[in-house]
Ligand binder design. Sequence first.
Ligand code: PLP
Length: 367
Amino acid sequence: MQWKEQLLTLTPYQPGRPIESVKREYGLEHIVKLASNENPFGASPKAVSALKDAAVNFAIYPDGYATRLREAMCEFLNVDENQLIFGNGADNLIQIVSRSFLVPGKNTVMANPTFSQYKHNAIIEGAEIREVPLVDGQHDLDSMRSAIDENTAVVWVCSPNNPTGIHISRDKLVSFLDNVPKETLVVIDDAYHDYVVADDFYDAVEFAKKHSNVIVLRTFSKIYGLSSLRVGYGVAHQDIIRALEPVREPFNVNTFGQIAAMAALEDGAYVEECRQKNRDGIAQFEQFCKEKQLGYYPSQANFILIDFGTSGDEVFQYLLQRGYIVRSGNALGFPTSVRVTVGSTEENNGVIEVMKQYLQEKASISQ
Ligand SMILES: *Cc1c(COP(=O)(O)O)cnc(C)c1O
């Protein structure tokens, strides 16, 4: 078989273990999943009721233009119809961008560690990958700029960065965008923008309006709590959108996703409430880290990377057996850390208790 050779170097995405199988294996009644940065409070109630009320004919394809969602989105963002593209989640848009821009002979620049899908898709397309190490959990934009040459088709900027939760300040991003050659596409992955409270954050859509080589990717999976329905969107200059559109599958955003996303967009109060509760949760984890003198990155997102100074896999396993599913930092480029999604106050207290127990056992073993 004449595979693209590089496919043999890839492994499929490792989904978290199904909750039911974890329950059975460890005899647990209750499992808390804090592994995929989902909203612990669920979907916006407006989205839920819109879905309940929707009269959908299952036999009919979705609206491939997402007309009503598009109209709502245009108003929400103050952009034109032709400045938007929709995806089956933002992941789908990462794939569309990669497929449209990356070929052998071109290169792509990204931070390391960052969201894994950029590299994964670049490998599939056979492009050269230039990874620029984070500095203090933050994108090193000067070095990223230096890594760009005339063959750089795409540069990926994830802010707040997954898995560190560190955002880029407005000033730094503005000067980066002013310095990137116009022939290079800058992708700003804005998946967590609604969680950010820092004063020096920006409105990435303004950058997409100003620069003809910028695309902003967003998702309904995170603060809007619609991960299961798979809706994401990109905002860019109409010439970029026009180039990407033929690569998009015609019916990539399903009918339920379109209905729910439209309703969720109307629920600004819910977003505000979740943002606030998330900050309270981050404060719980930060206090724990300070108390136990554990390293952590001050996150602006809905997760926190905590450095236990031991094996992240071991901490992960300890928590798993006691009913908390988190992500080991091992697979994320931080082998001594775990990444924990912020849950409800009660869930946070629960996982912090088990982490304390872990530290205590560890300390008593080493004595
Ligand atoms: C979760 C996430 C996405 C993708 O989310 P979708 O569910 O595919 O919309 C994209 N980028 C980052 C950084 C993420 O964390």
